[in-house]
Each structure stands twice: as C-alpha cells, then as structure tokens.
Design a protein around this ligand. Sequence first.
Ligand SMILES: O=C(O)c1ccccc1N[C@@H]1O[C@H](COP(=O)(O)O)[C@@H](O)[C@H]1O
Length: 219
Amino acid sequence: MADVRVKICGLKTPDDVAVAAEAGAAYGGFVFFPKSPRHLEIAEARALTQGAPVGLAKVALVVDADDALLDALCAAVPLDMLQLHGRETPERVSEVRARYGLPVMKAVGVGGTADLQALDRYSAVADQILVDAKPPKGADLPGGNGLAFDWRLLAGRRWTRPWMLAGGLTPEVVGQAVELTGARQVDVSSGVEAARGVKDHGLIRAFVEAAQAAPVPRL
Ligand SMILES: O=C(O)c1ccccc1N[C@@H]1O[C@H](COP(=O)(O)O)[C@@H](O)[C@H]1O
C-alpha cells in the first residue's frame, strides 16, 4: 500500500524545512499572506527554498494574489506548485496555470453539503484540489485556523484530480481522517505548531509517521 503523502505548511526556518524533508514529507508549504503568522517575505522564501532538499516539493500558498505578486514570487523562488487559498474563480485558476506553467492546487472550504459542488467545479480546472475547513465568518485567515470539518461529508466523493485533505489535522487525528475519507494526501499547519506560526519539530515527525501509518481504505 502506498504511503499517504504529507504536506507540512507554514515552514519558516531552515530547520523546519530540513525536519519536514527528513521526516518524509512530500511537500513543504511557504505562506505569502501578510495577515498570517507564517507569512514570509520573498527574499526569505528564496533563501529557504534554495536550501531545500530536492525531494521536497515547494508549494507557495497565496490568497487572491495579483499578477504582480505572482510574477515576483515565481521569478525569485524556485517553486514546484502554487496553492491558491482565496476566492479565486475557476477562470483565475486557469489563467494562473497558463501564465506561470506551474501546477495549481485550489483550496476549497467545506462547511456543509452546499460547498461540495465547488469541489467538482475546481477539479475541472486545477491540477489538484485542497479540501479544507471553511473559515469562521470574520476570520482573519481563510485557512490555517486549526479547524476541522465533518469528514463524513466526503464519504463516497471522488474527483478526477488528485486531492488533499486539510483543516485541523493533528498527529492524533490524521489516521482517523484518512480512514474516513480515503485521502491519500494530507496537509497540516496549526497541528504541528508549539505556538501560532512556530513549528514544533517533534510534532512534524509524529504527524508524518501517523499519516504514513494510516490504513488508506480502498473506496
Ligand atoms: O497557514 C496559514 O497561515 C494560512 C493562511 C492563509 C490561508 C491558508 C493557510 N493555511 C492552510 O490552511 C489549511 C489548514 O491549516 P490548519 O492545519 O488547519 O492550520 C492548510 O491547507 C494550510 O496550508
């Protein structure tokens, strides 16, 4: 059985990057959103990603970014994927894919069955979809809040593109989340932190181990 692939998001230091890679994460996420405690300046991200092991796919997380930001980011930082985590329309997803030539993962917030249609819409245009918890009304961040949604909403759902489960995952619950949803990829930020925006290296290792030990059901 193939391992569950893990993304550790909100990496901010060279040690965060090294520990995520050594632990066996497939993706490292770098956040470009000034309201986030995980926000990086482009120069910081350039230094971090240039030193990253080749096996770790480098994902830039942006929120409703305009072309000026994406131009600067893509010119300076060696990236493997863009994660669009705002209110980007399907048309904008297609535009970003075409303009930058990088795979695009579109995040969709799920709070109830009404949100599931959006997953179908975006899976037609994005390379991957990220199924996250819908942020609470008035939240500063559209993700990275450590909140889970009811994973049973995904029961029996399939998409044509690879997808990743996110939202409130921790080393303790990731196994159950994988078992219930059949996710083959998982993403975590808050659940591997000692304080908001500060990664805990022991928790990163524990998360990757728990995710990779989870039995993925044949759904
Ligand atoms: O991590 C952030 O600061 C962030 C900011 C803006 C949008 C998304 C963000 N993080 C993403 O949110 C999900 C869930 O995170 P958590 O594990 O519940 O904290 C994950 O995909 C992060 O990549």
